[in-house]
Design a protein around this ligand. Structure first.
Ligand SMILES: Cc1cc2nc3c(=O)[nH]c(=O)nc-3n(C[C@H](O)[C@H](O)[C@H](O)COP(=O)(O)OP(=O)(O)OC[C@H]3O[C@@H](n4cnc5c(N)ncnc54)[C@H](O)[C@@H]3O)c2cc1C
Length: 402
C-alpha cells in the first residue's frame, strides 16, 4: 500500500497541535506506517508569541523536535512557498537552500499571522514591534542601547495602538525603562490609540480596571489620536503634533500569513480563510486551516475565532485530527469553542481576567496575574516528549480554558 502524506505548514500553536492530533488519530486507527506526517517550518520550535512583550527570551521558543520524534512526526526545516491546491502539491524551500515539491493527501495550513503594517511614512524604518521573536529581541537590544543617554526622548516610549498587545507592552514598559535608566529615572510611556477608548476591541467590561492599572503605572493614554509619521526622533500625530521619543512600538493588529491568499475560497478582512465546521478551506477539500489563518465559528451565536493562542490550540487539534481521520477512516470532528476568556497582563500592577464575549471581569490584580503566569508559562507550552501523554492531550475535543 502506498503511504499517504499529511503535510502541515507551521509549528506554532496550531501546527504543533495539528501534528499531535494527526498522530493521535493515526495511532487510534492502528495505521502507523501507512500515513506520514510532516511539519514544514523554519525551525522545530514553538515560538510563544503571547509572551513577546516580556524579556524572558530563553523561554520563548521551546524545542519540539523530541516531541515530534516521539509521536512519529517528521520535521522539515524550511518554508512553504507556494500551494498548488489543484494538483495537491507544495513548493518548499528548505533551510539548506534546496527547492522541493511535496505531494500531499491532506494539507494543514497553520502559518499564523503577521503584524499589520499600513503605509505610514517611517513605520518600517523607525518603529519596533513585538510580533515575532526576532522583533522582540530587536526592541530589547534597542532599549538597552539607550543606556547612557540623558535626554527625555531616550526615556520616552510611544506605543502605537491601544489594543490587547499595546496595553500589555505599555504596562511592562515603565519597569523595562527603569531597568535601563535606573529606579528613580523619570520615564514616559504613552499609548496612542485612534479609537475613542483604550482597548476598543476589549469592550467596556475590563476598561475601568485597565485605566486604573495604567494610571497606577504612570502610563499616559491619548485616544482619538492617530500616528501619521514616524522618524528616528519620534512620532507625528494627525494635526501635526510631535512627540519626541527614541522608541516607537507599533502594535496595530495582525493579518493572516500570505499563504492563505493562495488557497481558493472566501477570505475575511484579515486575510483569513473562511472554513466550515470541520475546518476545510471552502474550495479546497484536501486543505484544512488552523490558527490565525482561519475564520471559523466558535458557536451557533455568530461568534468566530479570534487570532489568539486560545483558539489556535483547539483549531489545530481539530484540523490535524480531521486531516488524518479522513485518511484512516475515523469520524471527523466539528470545531466548537463556546467558552471564551481573556487574561490581559497589566505589568507589575497585575492583570485582568474576563469571561464571555462581553468580557465580564472575573479576576483582577495579583489574582489574575497568577492565572496569567500559569497560562503564559505552563498551559500554552507544548507537552513533554512523552508519547502517550502527548497524544492523550491531542484529543480534538480537549478543553483548555479554565
Ligand atoms: C505580543 C503578542 C501577545 C499575544 N497575546 C496573546 C494572548 O494573551 N492570548 C492569546 O490567546 N493570544 C495572544 N496572541 C496571539 C497568538 O500569539 C497568536 O494568535 C498565535 O500565535 C497563533 O498561533 P498560530 O499557530 O496560528 O500561528 P503562529 O504562532 O504565528 O505560528 C505560525 C508558524 O508558522 C510558521 N511559518 C510562517 N510562515 C511559514 C511558511 N511559509 N512555511 C512554513 N512555516 C511557516 C512560523 O515559523 C510558525 O512556526 C499574542 C500575540 C502577540 C504577537
Amino acid at each position: 500500500m502506498t503511504q499517504k502524506n499529511i503535510v502541515i505548514a507551521g509549528s506554532g500553536f496550531a501546527g504543533v497541535w495539528a501534528a499531535l492530533a494527526a498522530a493521535r488519530a493515526v495511532s487510534q486507527a492502528g495505521r502507523e506506517g501507512e500515513v506520514a506526517i510532516t511539519v514544514v517550518s523554519p525551525s522545530a520550535a514553538l515560538h510563544i508569541r503571547p509572551r513577546l512583550y516580556e524579556t524572558a527570551f530563553d523561554e520563548l521558543a521551546p524545542d519540539v523536535s523530541a516531541l515530534f520524534a516521539t509521536v512519529g512526526v517528521r520535521h522539515l526545516p524550511g518554508r512553504v512557498e507556494r500551494i498548488h491546491a489543484a494538483d495537491s502539491t507544495l513548493e518548499v524551500s528548505a533551510n539548506d537552500g534546496t527547492l522541493t515539491t511535496l505531494r500531499y493527501d491532506r494539507f494543514v495550513l497553520a502559518t499564523g499571522s503577521r503584524l499589520f503594517m499600513p503605509d505610514i511614512p517611517g513605520l518600517r524604518e523607525h518603529s519596533f514591534n513585538v510580533d515575532q521573536l526576532a522583533d522582540a529581541q530587536a526592541l530589547d537590544a534597542h532599549l538597552k542601547s539607550l543606556a547612557g543617554r540623558s535626554d527625555r526622548a531616550a526615556r520616552t516610549v510611544v506605543v502605537a495602538g491601544g489594543g490587547f498587545t499595546g496595553i500589555e507592552t505599555a504596562a511592562d514598559m515603565p519597569q523595562r525603562l527603569r531597568a535601563v535608566f535606573g529606579d528613580s529615572a523619570d520615564v514616559r510611556v504613552l499609548i496612542v490609540e485612534q479609537a475613542a477608548d483604550i482597548g476598543p476591541d476589549l469592550g467596556p467590561g475590563p476598561r475601568p480596571v485597565i485605566l486604573e492599572a495604567l494610571g497606577a503605572l504612570g502610563v499616559d493614554i491619548r485616544t482619538s489620536a492617530r500616528v501619521t509619521a514616524i522618524d528616528a526622533d519620534g512620532v507625528t500625530l494627525e494635526g501635526g503634533e510631535r512627540i519626541a521619543a527614541a522608541t516607537v512600538v507599533w502594535t496595530a493588529g495582525a493579518r493572516a500569513n500570505a499563504l492563505a491568499a493562495q488557497v481558493p475560497g472566501e477570505h475575511d478582512r484579515y486575510g483569513r480563510l473562511v472554513a466550515d465546521a470541520e475546518l476545510r478551506a471552502g474550495e479546497a477539500p484536501a486543505i484544512f486551516v488552523a490558527g490565525d489563518v482561519v475564520q471559523a465559528a466558535t458557536d451557533d451565536l455568530g461568534n468566530v475565532a479570534a487570532m489568539s493562542c486560545q483558539h489556535a490550540l483547539s483549531l489545530g487539534r481539530v484540523a490535524g485530527h480531521n486531516a488524518a481521520a479522513e485518511l484512516v477512516g475515523l469520524p471527523t470532528a466539528r470545531y466548537s469553542q463556546p467558552k471564551y476568556v481573556t487574561c490581559l497582563d497589566l505589568g507589575p500592577w497585575g492583570a485582568v481576567y474576563t469571561e464571555g464575549w462581553d468580557r465580564q471581569v472575573k479576576l483582577r490584580d495579583q489574582e489574575a496575574k497568577a492565572l496569567k503566569r500559569a497560562i503564559n508559562t505552563q498551559w500554552i507550552y507544548p507537552p513533554a516528549a512523552d508519547r502517550d501523554a502527548a497524544l492523550a492531550l491531542a484529543d480534538p475535543y480537549y478543553v483548555i480554558v479554565p
